[in-house]
Design a protein around this ligand. Sequence first.
Ligand SMILES: [Zn+2]
Ligand SMILES: [Zn+2]
Length: 127
Amino acid sequence: MSKLRDIEGRLHECGLRCTEPRRCIIAALEKGPRTHAQLLEKTGLDRVTVYRNLRALQKAGLIYRVPIEGSDNVYVLCREGSSFHAHFFCERCHRAYCLEPGTFWLTGTWGEGVDRVLLMGVCPQCR
Ligand SMILES: [Zn+2]
Ligand SMILES: [Zn+2]
């Protein structure tokens, strides 16, 4: 169950105001990864509002967009207070997971230019 105060706190931590659309989007994502179309349906918000708020939440590192080839992007809510981390997308159940920070990382000069890491494969539940 999503508690309003938790959502508000997370938004404030990221320097964002807690607006109704953001609250609705986060509440919908707390139940699992969603596509833009699913978020439209769940929140009842209009297309542009969802799009704009997803971008703001993404920029703040609160959510992550999983680009899926030949299909709609999936948005996933990142775990609370987690620093930079990689994501895993399961190609079988189409779920996206936040991995523990430091699970997968490049060191040295390559690492400096990385702003997101996405791993794809089959999740433990589907194996
Ligand atoms: Zn994440
Ligand atoms: Zn899976």
